[in-house]
Design a protein. Structure first.
Length: 332
């Protein structure tokens, strides 16, 4: 019998998450049986921490639930001929060291995955965040070569891929981040313009200086004040992809912001919120393209790796505070 460790929600978040909001539990897992539905035993190797977990915890979780999230896991025991012992998959079983599955909720790593590439990238650049950038730009922004793309939280897991894909597809890219080190990283990976939104005297002036003619596409990960200012610098017929609103996730009292109707009418803008699961039927297409560009060096990656399952809450909180450069993951 395997005893799994799991982080559960001890109490609902009130404002910014605290370490005391989590509790580490031990869960005894049953032995696998022939002929049953539970035919796979897996151990987590890498676990993801993402901004959406803060938002979704309000909707989909109650106290005592295991924290939601994905992992790269290794198959330890198998009674399912479709999955070999030792194979790696992406699961969606939350913050657990071990779990049991019937295999229906697992995504095998692509057969073309090279040994030289960290498997943790299946949680980042070649996983959900990378696919979010890919389909958000392609299907929501519908960007065209020669256009100007703006992305905030640009040094994060999604934003850093957004900028690099936009460059691959022939666009000018402007990125905003929260530290000088992050700005330097953005320029290193090919952003045309980048600035630290925390130190500029005027966000409006910084955006105008970076692209005096305005923006065709705005990939918004932040919302709030940034979005309110950026929308006024969109070009006629501009497109805005609403991917996240991290500036608002930890608010106890909802923000009251400017209304968007007037600039949207005058400039005939299109704004659309999206969740990447809309394109699950095209996951293989996106993953194949991302993997190819990573191997060719056209898409670079950076991971913020925290060692130890016991440090999951700390890694999660640090990510929400903007400590990570690129994708934040925990190595079990």
């Amino acid at each position: 019998m395997v005893v799994a460790k799991a982080w559960v929600l001890k109490k609902s978040f009130d404002g910014f998450p605290q370490i005391s909001d989590f509790d580490l539990k031990k869960i005894e897992l049953p032995n696998l049986k022939d002929g049953g539905e539970q035919k796979l035993l897996l151990e987590s190797v890498f676990l993801s921490v993402d901004p959406y977990m803060r938002l979704y915890s309000q909707w989909d979780m109650k106290t005592g639930d295991v924290m939601i999230g994905t992992q790269v896991a290794r198959i330890v025991e198998s009674k399912n001929p479709a999955f070999a012992v030792g194979a790696f998959v992406v699961g969606n079983s939350g913050w657990r060291t071990h779990f049991i599955s019937d295999g229906k909720d697992l995504e095998p790593l692509p057969s073309s995955w090279p040994e030289s590439l960290p498997k943790s990238l299946a949680l980042g650049t070649v996983g959900m965040p990378g696919l979010t950038a890919y389909f958000g730009l392609l299907e929501v922004c519908k960007m065209k070569p020669g256009e100007t793309v703006l992305v905030n939280a640009a040094a994060g897991a999604v934003g850093s891929v957004v900028g690099q894909l936009a460059k691959i597809w022939g666009c000018k890219v402007v990125g905003s981040a929260g530290s000088d080190d992050k700005v330097a990283y953005l320029k290193k990976i090919g952003f045309d313009e980048a600035f630290n939104y925390k130190t500029v005297k005027s966000l409006e002036e910084a955006l105008r200086k970076a692209s005096p003619d305005g923006y065709d596409c705005f990939f918004d990960n932040v919302g709030g004040e940034f979005a309110s200012i950026a929308i006024n610098q969109m070009k006629k017929y501009g497109r805005i992809a609403i991917c996240g609103a991290i500036s608002q996730y930890n608010d106890s009292v909802p923000q009251k912001g400017p209304y968007v109707q007037i600039p949207m009418i005058i400039k005939e803008l299109r704004m659309e919120g999206f969740i990447v699961s809309r394109w699950n039927n095209r996951r293989e297409e996106g993953q194949k393209a991302l993997l190819k560009w990573v191997m060719e060096g056209k898409v670079k990656y950076h991971e913020q790796v925290t060692e130890g399952f016991e440090n999951m809450p700390m890694a999660f909180i640090g990510m929400l505070e903007g400590e990570n450069l690129g994708k934040a993951v925990v190595k079990v």
